[in-house]
Design a protein around this ligand. Sequence first.
Ligand code: SD4
Length: 339
Amino acid sequence: MGITRRKFITRTSISLASGAALSSVRGAEPGSPANPAERPLIVSTWRFGKEANDAALSALLANGTILDAVEQGIWVPESDRNNSSVGLGGAPNAAGVVQLDACIMSGPGHRAGSVAAIEGIRHPISAARRVMEKTPHVMLVGDGARMFALEEGLESVENDTRERYEAWRKKRAAAKTKSSERNPSNHDTIALLVLGADGTIAGGCSTSGWAGKLPGRVGDSPIIGSGLYVDNDVGAAGATGLGENVMRYCGSFLVVELMRQGLAPEEACLETIRRIARKEPKSARLGINFVALDKQGRYGAAGSGKGFKFAVATKTDSRVLTAPGIGPLDIGPEGGNRK
Ligand code: SD4
């Protein structure tokens, strides 16, 4: 299933590191095999993914690897103190502390690294990459992750969260219902996927997670197969939204497996959400979204609700698009246990 050009909400040219303005030549269409000239292809979550994609593309054009592209792309929202859901500018947990989750995955070698509930490190994605590249492990959490990052020389930042914490407490006190805290708009993760010019694939994911989460809570984002999954023979997928509704289903793994069975990326994202919605009493009000790309250079995304924005970049174009949502009644023929 393809997204038509009508659905494009933003279409702009970007400037590359070289300073050259990109032409408005169309990039790869979702659901249709891309011309190999469309590689590299970068896909990421939300509007802010566009700047991350542009940085990732610049890394590739400067002869960086696909992992460099993932890491340097994700540095952008991690460095942005105005981003309230990625990096140290993110929302604190219920104890007033920002605990960050991130992971990275390399298609070649099927390698992965991850950190969870890490505090005071500017770039959790770099910590995750070092876990992958420098340890025999896949995941480090909490103090252990922080100590490892410090030993690796990663930048540690004093993070005064008092104001943000007080603002969150006031907002929570003002909230009439608990469900308002579950509004996905209060947390927006970056998942960024890269298909290199040579057809190899990598991805990363980084977040501060659910605002006001319980201390120690880990969401889907650093969990391989949930917030992110890469299979170099097939493609990659990443998730954003309410992690609890992704991690019980190995959401990104499922998207990739559906692509392996022949679904185009957008349809694989939609079918994953339908599959989850069939089991959930809340039906499609899941607050989850997926982005995906496949080995052929096709890409797509979908949300449980309508309006999820995602960003796509090729050498010739960089855009923000709107993904289809399954909508409350569109969960497929089995219907499940909707109330
Ligand atoms: C989490 N999935 O911690 C993350 C949050 C997120 O858009 O993706 N927000 O549950």
